[in-house]
Design a binder for this molecule. Structure first.
Ligand SMILES: C[S@@+](CC[C@H](N)C(=O)[O-])C[C@H]1O[C@@H](n2cnc3c(N)ncnc32)[C@H](O)[C@@H]1O
Length: 245
């Protein structure tokens, strides 16, 4: 079973102050967390002056990487469910003197993405969101042309013995991961809504970085198609009228 939302908030409240240190402990088992974050941010292909939303931003561990891409003329919007994690993010922002970061305390499923956002990032958070498919759909629809959506998350590896999978779940349990959560597949939701897909997985599937580049969402394509159909219907109607006349 996954955690209830309230239990997840409580868990992250209790972890918030030491989150950055404890997240880094995974280096001890060879988990090159910073490198993966860098790959995820690079994959967004952001440019100075652009806007990026980070879903489940936590304490803001990705913010310096994002700042490096969008610069002081760009904007970072970090959204998160847990007040205490955001408080740590606020402290980071104050300490660094960043003026272009907006933090929003909200369930990602209820969040309305700003229109024409250039990039959306989520690292180690999307699988924790039970309604992630809705979040991904709404995010994809808000992306500007050419915008990208990158998710870095844990994936149940193919062909690993069950005991190893259970060990992985046990090791990540302090961060709210359960067997049910580890089975979630947000990259499939991305594939359903974005027309161009690039994806990369590391550590034999333990981590996956699915990336959607948006030229046109499937939603926009469908809308265009239904507009075309409407036009055809109107044309047929007008020729009918002509014939009747
Ligand atoms: C493992 S932490 C990852 C934090 C950060 N992205 C990082 O890479 O360090 C997961 C974060 O997701 C947030 N989260 C979980 N469920 C969420 C939801 N439904 N909406 C927004 N944030 C959520 C938690 O509060 C927590 O801060």
């Amino acid at each position: 079973m996954g955690f209830s939302q309230q239990a997840l908030i409580q868990l992250y409240r209790s972890r918030a102050k030491h989150y950055d240190v404890t997240a880094n402990l995974y280096y001890l088992i060879g988990f090159r967390e910073y490198d993966y974050r860098k790959m995820a941010v690079n994959a967004l292909n952001l440019e100075p002056g652009q806007t990026v939303v980070e879903v489940g931003c936590g304490t803001g561990l990705n913010f310096s990487l994002l700042q490096h891409e969008v610069g002081s003329t760009g904007k970072i919007i970090g959204i998160d469910l847990t007040d205490a994690m955001l408080e740590q993010a606020h402290q980071r922002v104050r300490k660094e003197g960043w003026l272009n970061v907006e933090l929003v305390e909200i369930d990602a499923v209820a969040y309305r993405f700003p229109q024409k956002v250039n990039g959306i990032l989520s690292t180690f958070a999307m699988t924790l969101i039970p309604g992630y498919d809705r979040t991904i759909k709404q995010g994809a629809e808000a992306l500007a042309s050419g915008g990208r959506f990158a998710i870095l998350d844990l994936k149940r590896p193919d062909n690993v013995p069950n005991w190893l999978f259970r060990l992985g779940v046990f090791i990540t349990k302090p961060f709210g991961v359960s067997a049910e959560i580890a089975e979630r597949r947000p990259w499939e939701a991305i594939e359903n809504v974005l027309t161009i897909r690039l994806s990369q997985s590391f550590l034999a599937g333990l981590l996956i970085l699915p990336l959607g580049r948006l030229n046109e969402t499937l939603h926009q394509m469908k809308e265009k198609r239904s507009d075309k159909l409407k036009n055809i219907a109107i044309k047929i109607q007008s020729s009918k009228i002509k014939m009747e006349w």
